[in-house]
Design a protein around this ligand. Structure first.
Ligand SMILES: Cc1cc2nc3c(=O)[nH]c(=O)nc-3n(C[C@H](O)[C@H](O)[C@H](O)COP(=O)(O)OP(=O)(O)OC[C@H]3O[C@@H](n4cnc5c(N)ncnc54)[C@H](O)[C@@H]3O)c2cc1C
Length: 430
């Protein structure tokens, strides 16, 4: 029997198939930025038909395949073993249609999120998914992971932004539900099965996404608070008083804020470091003058009622980059501490304070010198935890996971909010 790689080359053409040696020139993960691809071959289809042919052949040879998007996933979902074939959507990178009347955009799966945002912005339109990896991650990967990100409190997660989907199943069958309508109850909504399925059910090739008008106003503030209860009250107040403009509500515990605003970090602290909690909040609206008044009134009221202890508003793009850098440059943690375990959990807002204290105390009991950083998308019940306890062997990993996951299970939380399962959780505690 002809080798599968030769068969793929014969059927799809040489430019579509990189051999083991050629693929080995490429990076294996944009997240870890370490190691090169070690796979049987890498297929780069340029349309749905080629994805279908590739999968038919792989199915015939009982060949395991791993879909690749922008390789920014942090759970090992793109890990490809030497006997596996990777299928990258990178050449399916066309924006096929921007439908302004229906406020939809039709894209191929390999479109990079930031490029889509930029092209839409030129037409005063917004695709409201936003995340730190936007410069590399692809729409197919965003859908496959049901990405959440920084604006989910206002616009929802990817699941809420997808109207239609085209997927190729493992045997090459093309399943199309390229629907533009918001309402469509004609049968099962099969696309939902594929959103968040991390490539286990099929390869996403095209999608129809919901878009919005680009916001004409933005207000961003860093605030300091004296208690967790105040962070909850402030979130409620922001939802009530800001005319549905609250777009981001990122909670940062003191340890992370101090790390990110102390040397060797490039960021000075916008607020003194001696508060237990900080929130980065942002609103999007349509009238800058009116929205400034609304936002300032909201902050004044928060001060007067002692909800916030201190606050600073971003006055220009430089300050916006500064504030957002403190929240988003998580890679900095990895430059300071090694090794680091990263967790992405979901839990009720009302459980967050006690849960974080419980985990911290337990970690410290085992590793008195450990480092623990917590922050995340509080507005949608999602926190990211970083643990560095000086060791990274498998037993340590299991012990840390036990400390993180057992109390989470007791309160009905989830071991993954937006990062997914990948292969990272395969040989883990759960
Ligand atoms: C700095 C940084 C910040 C991040 N912030 C966030 C955040 O705020 N919110 C968030 O949700 N995530 C975040 N992430 C994680 C990551 O960016 C997201 O999971 C993103 O959606 C992955 O997209 P990707 O194109 O890089 O997918 P990849 O990493 O290439 O793939 C991810 C998974 O999807 C599968 N897959 C990829 N493309 C397809 C396809 N076309 N069809 C079927 N399966 C496919 C892969 O097999 C893999 O299992 C962050 C990552 C980094 C590095």
């Amino acid at each position: 029997m002809m080798s599968i790689v030769q068969k793929l080359i014969d059927s799809l053409g040489k430019e579509c198939v990189l051999t083991h040696e050629e693929a080995a020139q490429r990076i294996a993960s944009n997240w870890q930025k370490a190691g090169n691809l070690d796979c049987l071959a890498l297929i780069r289809p340029k349309n749905t038909e080629e994805v279908s042919i590739a999968l038919q052949i792989c199915n015939e040879y009982k060949q395991p395949v791993v879909p690749h998007g922008g390789l920014t996933g942090v759970s090992g979902g793109v890990h490809t073993a030497p006997n596996e074939i990777a299928i990258s959507l990178e050449r399916m990178n066309q924006i096929e249609e921007i439908d302004e009347a229906n406020q939809t955009v039709t894209v191929q799966a390999g479109v990079i999120l930031q490029q889509l945002q930029q092209i839409l912005a030129e037409k005063n339109l917004l695709f409201p998914l936003d995340l730190g990896a936007k410069g590399s991650c692809m729409i197919g990967g965003n859908i496959a992971t049901n990405a959440g990100g920084l604006q989910a409190v206002r616009y929802g997660v990817t699941r809420q932004l997808v109207l239609g989907l085209e997927v190729v199943l493992a045997d090459g069958t093309v399943l199309s539900s390229m629907n533009k309508m918001m309402k469509n109850n004609a049968g099962y909504d099969l696309k939902q099965l594929f959103i968040g399925s991390e490539g286990t059910l099929g390869i996403i090739t095209r999608a129809i996404l919901k878009i919005e008008d680009v916001p004409k106003s933005k207000n961003t503030a860093f605030v300091a608070l004296n208690s967790f209860a105040d962070t909850v009250k402030l979130l409620q107040l922001a939802k009530r008083e800001l005319n549905n403009q609250l777009t981001t509500y990122e909670l940062i515990w003191q340890d992370y804020y101090t790390l990110m605003t102390s040397k060797p970090s490039d960021y000075p602290p916008p607020l003194p470091q001696n508060y237990p909690y900080f929130v980065l909040l942002e609103t999007f609206g349509q009238n800058q003058e009116e929205d400034n008044v609304l936002f300032e009134k909201f902050l004044e009221k928060s001060f007067e009622t002692n909800l916030i202890a201190d606050a600073v508003l971003a006055q220009n793009q430089q300050e916006l980059d500064w504030f957002w850098g403190i929240r988003e440059q998580v890679e900095f943690i990895f430059s300071i501490h090694k090794p680091v375990f990263l967790f992405d959990i979901s839990l009720a807002i009302s459980d967050m304070e006690v849960y974080i204290e419980t985990v911290k105390t337990d970690l410290r009991r085992h590793w008195p010198e450990m480092y623990f950083y917590a922050f995340g998308h509080m507005g949608d019940g999602n926190l990211h935890l970083f643990v560095s306890c000086g060791e990274a062997n498998h037993q340590t990993k299991l012990r840390v996971e036990e400390i993180i996951f057992v109390p989470l299970q007791k309160i009905g939380g989830s071991i993954t909010a937006e990062h997914g399962i990948g292969v990272e959780k395969k040989n883990g505690y759960i």
